[in-house]
Design a protein around this ligand. Structure first.
Ligand code: SF4
Length: 373
């Protein structure tokens, strides 16, 4: 009997020992994990953290299709759009139901083009916002930014722009207005209109650039210049409106056979550092269906970069960009059913974790090599 109790004692002791050890390891792992995560968070300025600090809590964006078109599609600046731009004007993940009232027509030359009236647009915009707040998504936060995402969201008359923006700002939980556009579609009048919202809302303009290399700019058919970008920044700076710039890594160069090099990317980063911008969106040049880039790819005239190349070049951008700029994103988000290549683009975690690992292994952080040229 004594032996039996001794055995129980040993077993219980072992079990307790095991628990202590396991919990110890688990606790240590937990702390290590947190230290690593914390370390990553500190390596560049993340948008989520910035928004939390600015608004005091988690703040989310409501992606809105404002029923706009683009001067690079309707023929006033160009036809067919930038070679990577999709039929939805880079707003693929805005649910198709939101297009129901936007009478899109298909033009052989222009592609899919909105032809809805201002009344159709404004009711569609309000409907999109209402549907968002009726959905589970609105349960995830208390504060939101109305984000006009696809096509060129300043390409209309001032009167219509005001009607469209107002039709989105219909809920007290909305604290900001963000408008994505092209640099050649920013004027003093538009800046004044945007400024008029700043007494009540945080206002921000997302400006496309993609690259500061004019030859690449021509090849991708963006149909605006670096000078247009500089002028737009000057106007928006004058009215104190925050600017988020959009750049792409892995763009085809003028011959279409090569992609931009580190030197090209360095030019773009130096160009950005000479402008007063507040945010940066970075993603790879990915191929979606029914674009000119898809044709180049299918014809063997363009090959997207690998995940490893992307991580290296993205880290290069962040290490050279001003430490004051908020990094809004480091990955693209093409829907899987529209993405042609590269397939790694749909694995956001691979990109973010890969970038964090690269930062740690190479002891990099935002602005480590920042220098004004
Ligand atoms: S400027 Fe924007 S909306 Fe217009 S074609 Fe280029 S990517 Fe598409």
């Amino acid at each position: 009997m004594e032996g039996f109790f001794e055995l129980i004692e040993i077993l219980v002791g072992d079990f307790v020992n095991f628990l202590v050890r396991f919990c110890g390891i688990a606790t240590i792992s937990f702390f290590c994990y947190n230290i690593i995560i914390m370390e990553n968070i500190e390596r560049y300025k993340h948008l989520n953290k910035y928004l939390k600090e600015k608004f005091g809590e988690r703040t989310l964006k409501i992606c809105i299709d404002g029923g706009f078109t683009c001067p690079n599609r309707n023929g006033s600046k160009g036809i067919g759009g930038c070679i990577f731009c999709s039929e939805k004007g880079s707003g693929e993940h805005i649910k198709s139901v939101e297009f129901e009232t936007n009478n899109l027509i298909y033009d052989n030359k222009l592609g899919l083009t909105p032809c809805n009236s201002i009344t159709q647009s404004t009711s569609s915009i309000s409907e999109q916002v209402k549907r968002y707040f009726d959905s589970y998504k609105a349960q995830r936060a208390n504060k939101f930014i109305a984000y006009f995402q696809n096509f060129t969201n300043t390409y209309d008359t001032i009167e219509n722009l005001k009607l469209k923006y107002d039709s989105a700002l219909i809920d007290d939980r909305i604290v900001g207005l963000e408008v994505a556009t092209r640099p050649d579609c920013i004027t003093e009048d538009i800046a004044k209109l945007l400024k008029s919202y700043t007494s009540k809302y945080y206002v921000c303009v997302e400006l496309g650039l993609q690259t500061s290399n004019e030859k690449t700019g021509k090849f991708i058919n963006r149909c605006y210049t670096n000078d247009d970008f500089s002028k737009a920044v000057t106007i928006l700076n004058k009215y104190g409106i925050d600017i988020v710039t959009h750049i792409m890594i892995g763009l085809p160069t003028e011959d279409g056979k090569n992609i931009e090099t580190f030197s090209d990317i360095k030019n773009t980063v130096d160009f950005l550092n000479r402008h007063n911008i507040q945010g940066l969106k970075i993603h790879s040049c990915y191929i979606v269906k029914n674009t000119k880039l898809e044709k180049l790819y299918n014809d063997g005239k363009y090959a997207p970069i690998t995940l490893e190349q992307y991580i290296e070049q993205c880290a290069f951008v962040i290490a050279h960009i001003s430490p004051d700029i908020v990094i809004h994103r480091v990955s693209g988000d093409a829907p899987k059913d529209l993405l042609v290549a590269p397939s790694w683009n749909s694995h956001k975690k691979w990109i973010i974790n890969g970038l964090d690992k690269y930062f740690r292994e190479n002891d990099l952080w935002q602005g480590k090599y920042y220098k004004l040229y």
